[in-house]
Ligand binder design. Structure first.
Ligand code: SAM
Length: 286
């Protein structure tokens, strides 16, 4: 899978992708990351990428021409062209982009929320192009003409799209097959899919985990067994996989109910889960 990042601060990414899983994924040729300097697509002496907003107001706006050139250089062309009379909409190379499995994404506080479900969809695509905004943002025509979606990484305003692009790359690349040792590993984490949707889990191997089914992860412990007078839960040390599985599921439900009760609405819950939730709820009521 290939990521292409368009930015006015290419130096921002020096080092950020050189650690851990993302470094290994690149070294093994599973993932490639290209960083493209927007100023390389300017033609004036000052390498101008921004201009004042039409209509007045604060700040500057990233100009459309350098971005369009950068996108064209990456093989991304205009997806829809409004004919001059604005009645006839001509589909052009959007279809080519879709066929080649590419998605063009504008990082924006106005975008749709970036979730694990969006990351799972993007991980199926061959190529993701990420446009990092700066200042007040990007001329909207770039969004309309070239982008498949706007993505926000949260309800807050960053000073640029670079951190958001790094978040998207990191989250999506670990879902690319082969990047995490076990194909199903990502499903045993927070927001993973339910057991019945997991493929690639090893037949016959006793499992001590449930697919997250949209819930948060359970708590993790390691040695020493006792730390600052607190013992790790005994159940995790007795080797009984079905007991461990049951305990972990209960902890997932407890954490989700405590920190993200909203996730329970869309979660895949078994009858046993529902019974446990009732029990947890009655504990807090009692
Ligand atoms: N005027 C914009 C607004 O109010 O929505 C904010 C622009 S922000 C200062 C500059 C750039 O940072 C944006 O163009 C976008 O690329 C990026 N950015 C800011 N917040 C973001 C978020 N929550 N998610 C993704 N990108 C974000």
């Amino acid at each position: 899978m290939q990521f292409e990042i368009i930015t006015i601060f290419p130096g921002f990414f020096a080092g950020i992708f050189e650690h851990g899983i993302v470094r290994r994924a690149q070294a093994e040729g599973l993932v490639g990351i290209g960083v493209h300097d927007l100023r390389a697509f300017t033609h004036d002496r000052h390498r101008t990428v921004d201009d004042r907003p039409f209509g007045g107001g604060e700040g500057m706006v990233l100009k459309p021409e350098p971005l369009a050139e950068a996108l064209n250089a990456l093989g991304v062309a205009v997806k829809t062209k409004c004919a001059q009379n604005q009645k006839q909409v001509l589909r052009s190379s959007q279809d080519d982009t879709a066929k080649s499995g590419a998605r063009v994404i504008l990082l924006s506080a106005q975008g749709r929320p970036f979730t694990q479900a969006v990351a799972r969809e993007l991980a199926k695509v061959e190529r993701v192009v990420l446009i990092c905004g700066r200042y007040e943002g990007v001329d909207e025509r770039i969004n309309e003409l070239y982008c498949d979606m706007e993505i926000s990484i949260g309800d807050y305003v960053l000073s640029g799209g670079e951190l958001a692009a790094a978040v998207v790359v990191d989250t999506v690349m670990r879902l690319v097959p082969g990047v995490l040792g076990n194909e199903a590993s990502g499903e045993f984490e927070s927001f993973g899919v339910a057991d019945e949707e997991i493929s690639g889990s090893q037949e016959g191997v006793p499992r001590s985990q449930h697919g997250a089914g949209g819930l948060l992860d359970y708590p993790h412990y390691t040695r020493p067994a006792e730390f600052e007078g607190m013992r790790a839960p005994e159940v995790l040390m007795n080797g009984d996989h079905s007991q461990i599985r049951r305990w972990r599921r209960e902890q997932q439900l407890r954490k989700t109910l405590k920190n993200r009760p909203d996730l329970l609405q869309g979660a895949s819950l078994s009858d046993e889960d529902k019974r446990l939730l009732k029990m947890i709820d009655s504990e807090s009521a009692g």
